[in-house]
Design a protein around this ligand. Structure first.
Ligand code: CUA
Length: 312
């Protein structure tokens, strides 16, 4: 694939496909619209008022010519629509084996955490050739993560998880921006994406240390907050068991069902009374103010790591 936009580095196959799509569409539109614009000017000059020209020409219709100049551009543009729609859906669907990285935005910094626990601020190191899935949320206002070299951008919202995924395939350092005005230092809320060869990334992870995997950090927090005193197997209080909860379908007290995904688990920790599991009393206290978004992500990673055992 040719780099159609040499001024903007393209660090992923998606970025190059998107450039080809936009470049190709621009050429098509120029070819379709160009002759029309030229003819408008040519006829405006040729048949202008006062010009002595023959205006009595008999009607001369060619139905198939008219059909062809409607149908052919339509089919060409429909082709672009199909390609663009496929790219759009692929962009919404991270591959199953993608490496999960959690992102918490706050005024005015980005915190990235790797599955093995290493955290970094405003810089994100990733291995090339490896799909990476970002699960993102905000601690305060709306931000937006934008990496031009990957041609991806996604709003990051308080109280909600949004996702992005990419596979960087060119080692290098690329800009990373906040693309949603979020206060005084919005313009400074940026940094770099560092795409590295897998070996270099492994060395970087080793150097960066990290206090155990994200799930292990969540497990420690689970123990410290005493979650097991209600959710544990031998607890006296009746609370929903957590083994195998991730990915299961939960029936709520109002009869609706929800899939226990990351968003559901986060809400269950920070706003438990909004979604009471059917058959259980509404006794869980909210952990808003006790657990911040980064800690909630660690707890979710821990719940995700629990055995997929049979659900009662
Ligand atoms: Cu964060 Cu703009």
């Amino acid at each position: 694939m040719i780099g159609l936009f040499p001024f903007a580095p393209a660090a992923s196959a998606h970025a190059r496909h998107l450039d080809t799509l936009i470049g190709g569409f621009s050429v098509l539109v120029a070819l379709l619209a160009g002759p029309v614009i030229v003819l408008i000017f040519a006829f405006a000059v040729r048949y202008r008022r006062g010009k002595r020209v023959n205006r009595t020409r008999a009607e001369d219709r060619n139905v198939w010519l008219e059909v062809s100049w409607s149908v052919i551009p339509f089919l060409l543009i429909l082709g672009f629509f199909v390609v663009a729609a496929r790219m759009y859906f692929a962009l919404r669907e991270p591959p199953p084996g993608a490496m999960p990285i959690t992102v918490v935005a706050k005024q005015w910094m980005w915190k990235f955490q790797h599955p093995t626990g290493q955290a970094e601020i405003n810089r994100l190191h990733v291995p090339v050739g490896q799909p990476v899935r970002l699960t993102m949320t905000s601690q305060d206002v709306i931000h937006s993560l934008y990496v031009p070299a990957l041609r991806i951008k996604q709003d990051v919202l308080p109280g909600r998880y949004t996702e992005l995924w990419f596979t960087a395939d060119r080692p290098g350092t690329y800009h990373l921006f906040c693309a949603e005005f979020c206060g005084t230092d919005h313009a400074a809320m940026g940094g770099g994406l560092i795409a590295m060869a897998p070996g270099d990334y492994a060395r970087w992870l080793a150097d960066a240390g990290g206090g155990g995997s994200l799930a292990a950090q969540g497990a420690a927090l689970y123990a410290r907050l005493g979650c097991g005193s209600c959710h544990g197997a031998s607890a006296a209080v009746r609370a929903p068991p957590l083994d195998g909860l991730f990915g299961a379908t939960v029936t709520l007290a109002d009869g609706t069902t929800r899939r226990a995904d990351e968003q559901y688990l986060r809400d269950a920790i920070l706003d438990p009374n909004a979604q009471i599991t059917a058959g259980y009393p509404a006794i869980m206290p909210t952990y808003r103010g006790v657990v911040d978004e980064a800690a909630a992500m660690a707890l979710v990673a821990y719940l995700r790591s629990l055995p997929k055992g049979a659900r009662p």
